[in-house]
Design a protein around this ligand. Structure first.
Ligand code: MTE
Ligand code: MO
Length: 249
C-alpha cells in the first residue's frame, strides 16, 4: 500500500484551520445562547426553550400508553434508608389523623371529605420501583396505598375523571402539582399511606402522599390536602420555575 505523506506545512495549515473553526463555532454558540436568553419568558424559560419542552410533551403524551407498566422489583431490593427531598408544605409537624381529612372538590363545586380510614378501606396495592428525581438520583423504594383509579371508581368520581387534569395541593397550599389524567389513572399511581410496610414518616408525606411511578419525583406530592379536577392545566410549583410540566420518563 502506498503511504500518503502530508507535509509539515499542510499540518500547520490544517491545525490553524481547525483552531479558527473551533473559535468561530464557539462564538456562534455564545451568540445564539445570548439571543435565546434575551427572549421573552414563557412559564419561566425563554420562548425557544419552552417550544422545545412543549414539543417533548406532545411527543411523550402521544406515545403514553396507560397499560404499559413501570418496571417493578421484589421488596428485598427496596432501600431501607429512603432519601428525603423537598419539604415545601410540610412545615407543621403535628398532623392529627383523628381530625385530618382529604378534600376532594367535585365538578359541581361540592367538596367531599375523607378520613384516612375511608381511604384504607379500599384494597391495598404495593409497589417497589425505581423512584427518579430530576436532580439525577434514583432509588428503589417500596410503597403501599390505594390505586388512584380504584379511589375514583369506588367514590364515583368518574365524571371528574373525564376532565384533562388533576390538581393537588398541600394543606397550606405551599406545594402544588398538576397531572394529566392518563398518568394519574395509570394502574401504578397510588394514594400512598405506607413506606416499607409502615405508615409514612412525617417528612415523607404522612398521612397521605402521591406515588406516580410514570413521573419524576417533583410530581410525587407529599401530604395531600386537596384534590381537584380541571380541563385546564392546574398550577404546578416546579413548572412555574421552568421545569417540564409533563415530567414523564
Ligand atoms: N409537599 C412536598 N412534596 C414534595 C416535595 C416538596 O418539596 N414538598 N418535593 C418533591 C420532590 S422534588 C421529590 S424528589 C420527592 C421526594 O420524595 P421523598 O422525600 O419521599 O424522597 O418529593 C416531591 N414531593
Ligand atoms: Mo425531586
Amino acid at each position: 500500500m502506498k503511504e500518503k505523506f502530508i507535509s509539515e506545512r499542510q499540518v500547520k495549515y490544517k491545525t490553524i484551520f481547525a483552531f479558527l473553526f473551533f473559535i468561530l463555532a464557539f462564538a456562534a454558540g455564545i451568540y445564539l445562547w445570548k439571543l435565546v436568553r434575551k427572549e421573552p419568558q414563557a412559564g419561566g424559560v425563554p420562548t425557544t426553550l419552552r417550544k422545545g419542552l412543549m414539543y417533548d410533551e406532545k411527543l411523550f403524551s402521544s406515545t403514553f400508553n396507560k397499560d404499559k407498566l413501570v418496571k417493578t422489583y421484589p421488596k428485598s431490593e427496596a432501600v431501607k434508608k429512603v432519601r428525603v427531598n423537598g419539604n415545601l408544605g410540610l412545615k407543621n409537624p403535628n398532623i392529627d389523623t383523628a381530625t385530618w381529612r382529604l378534600q376532594v372538590v367535585k365538578n359541581n363545586g361540592d367538596t367531599m371529605f375523607f378520613s384516612l380510614n375511608d381511604i384504607k378501606k379500599l384494597p391495598k396495592t404495593e409497589i417497589v420501583y425505581d423512584f427518579k428525581c430530576i436532580e439525577g438520583w434514583s432509588q428503589k423504594t417500596w410503597w403501599g396505598g390505594v390505586r388512584f383509579s380504584d379511589f375514583i371508581n369506588h367514590y364515583h368520581l368518574n365524571n371528574e375523571a373525564k376532565l384533562n387534569y388533576v390538581g393537588m395541593n398541600t394543606p397550606d397550599k405551599e406545594y402544588y402539582v398538576g397531572i394529566d389524567m392518563p398518568s394519574i389513572l395509570q394502574p401504578q399511581t397510588l394514594l400512598c399511606y405506607e413506606m416499607n410496610g409502615k405508615p409514612l414518616p412525617v417528612n415523607q408525606g404522612y398521612p397521605l402522599r402521591l406515588i406516580i411511578p410514570v413521573k419524576y419525583g417533583i410530581k410525587h406530592l407529599k401530604r395531600i390536602g386537596t384534590i381537584y379536577f380541571s380541563n385546564e392545566r392546574p398550577p404546578d410549583y416546579w413548572a412555574e420555575r421552568g421545569y417540564d410540566y409533563y415530567s414523564g420518563h
